[in-house]
Design a protein around this ligand. Structure first.
Ligand code: HSE
Length: 412
């Protein structure tokens, strides 16, 4: 049976999905019956008679069994998804900002009304992270999940580093290529990867943390001096999201620019590529990589949910996610690089130790140790003062992968 689809939104992801579906001819798992958009006057690649503007025309159509929600506004998305689940429809959403705030509510509605909610496209574009966590890692005993979860910022960092572009030029390109959010501060301030981290941590650990509780610092304040500092050490800067479990089961969630060297799993990730490193008991480290943003890679993740749901009916998503609400606990001590415009401010920041400090044109550059529990106030102070902070020590997992590789490739 083929799905009759109601599509909400026709931006980069909606168009990518539509293009892929239409390229499949007879093998497509469904067809788009209606497309609902908000703005009547926007120029679109399809003629105006293809669009409707009233969500009820889709939601109240009993023949439309599958809803694809790829709109921008989280609150509008929640209303559509909630209503569709209450009507028992299958809903495929790419809306990480909405899901990171409302997933527990939606899971309850899903259980009460028998609808089905799938959201592979909401995190890391083409990487099938939820399918992996849900099925392959169901008994995985995961201890950490870490990676590059935002394509736009990885693209910006790559272009600044490789082509010497300035931040605004690189951001402009990320917008033109359809990688950035319509409000790009979600990307550059790290809120987008923080939303994805909340969702990935929910599946990896069964714990629910509010996105506002993720300690988050983006790359808005990055300066040439920071990239040069990294380069001088043979490193690159990547925006890493991490969720780590302590020995006592506490969860630490951070989004932080991080200096990575050639021994890191994330060093080779360029442009809009994302990477997710999963550490677990039996298989130690596994790295999944792929395009994390863009119309077709993300549209394909939507298609994959659709195809799986049509093929498997209600058996897809058959292990209902059980979530325990948790307050994160910041238990590590981190080595960090800090650029601070003002010597007085640098002295006041609650570092455990300052290991090295140098004055330069863009302020003081320091290497320091900080308890993760003190990161939040440091980030607030640096954000307000045009400073920058990046994690320094690569986690033992990165070195571990390197040593596994050399063992495998060593001549016997
Ligand atoms: N703005 C997001 C990113 C889109 O750059 O990763 C994909 O989620």
């Amino acid at each position: 049976m083929k799905a009759k689809i109601g599509l909400f939104g026709f931006g980069a992801v909606g168009q990518g999905f539509y293009e892929i579906l239409n390229s499949m001819n007879g093998t497509a798992p469904g067809h788009v019956a209606r497309i609902c958009v908000r703005d009547r006057y926007k120029t679109r690649p399809l003629s105006p008679e293809n669009f409707i503007f009233e969500p009820a025309e889709i939601l109240n159509d009993p023949e439309i069994t599958h809803i694809i929600e790829v709109i921008d506004r989280p609150e509008d998305a929640f209303i559509i998804v909630k209503k569709a689940l209450e009507l028992g429809k299958t809903v495929i959403s790419a809306n990480k900002a909405m899901l990171a705030r409302r997933l527990p509510d939606l899971l309850k509605i899903q259980q009460q009304h028998g609808g089905k909610l799938l959201y592979e496209a909401s995190a890391c574009g083409s990487i099938p992270i939820f399918q992996n966590l849900e099925h392959y890692y169901a008994h995985g005993e995961i201890s950490a999940v870490e990676g590059v979860f935002n394509g736009s910022t990885n693209y910006i960092l790559t272009r600044m580093d490789m082509d010497g572009l300035d931040f605004d030029e690189a951001l402009g390109l990320a917008q033109q290529l359809g990688f950035a959010e319509s409000d790009p501060s979600l990307d550059i301030d790290g809120h987008d990867p923080a939303s994805k981290l909340v969702l990935i941590a929910a599946h990896a650990f069964g714990q629910w943390v509010e996105p506002a509780q993720v300690v988050t610092f983006g790359i808005r304040n990055i300066r040439r001096a920071d990239l040069e500092f990294a380069k001088a050490n043979g490193q690159k800067i990547r925006l890493l999201a991490s969720a780590r479990k302590s020995a006592t089961g506490a969860l630490q969630l951070l989004v932080l620019p991080t200096l990575v060297g050639p021994d890191s799993s994330f060093y080779a990730l360029e442009n809009e590529y994302n990477g997710i490193l999963i550490q677990s008991k039996f298989i130690e480290n596994q790295l999944l990589t792929g395009k994390g943003a863009g119309s077709l890679p993300t549209g394909f993740a939507v298609l994959s949910d659709l195809a799986g749901s049509v093929k498997n009916g209600s058996s897809r998503n058959n292990r209902p996610l059980q979530l325990q609400r948790k307050t994160p606990h910041f238990f590590e001590t981190l080595r960090v690089y800090c650029r601070c415009p003002d010597a007085g401010l640098l002295r006041q920041l609650p570092f455990e130790k300052i290991l090295r400090k140098e004055a330069g044109e863009s302020g003081f550059q320091a290497e320091a140790e900080i308890a993760a529990v003190n990161l939040a106030p440091v980030i607030v102070a640096l954000r307000q003062n045009g400073g920058f902070l990046a994690g320094m020590a690569s986690s033992p997992a990165h070195a571990q992968i390197q040593s596994n590789v050399s063992l495998v490739s060593a001549p016997v």
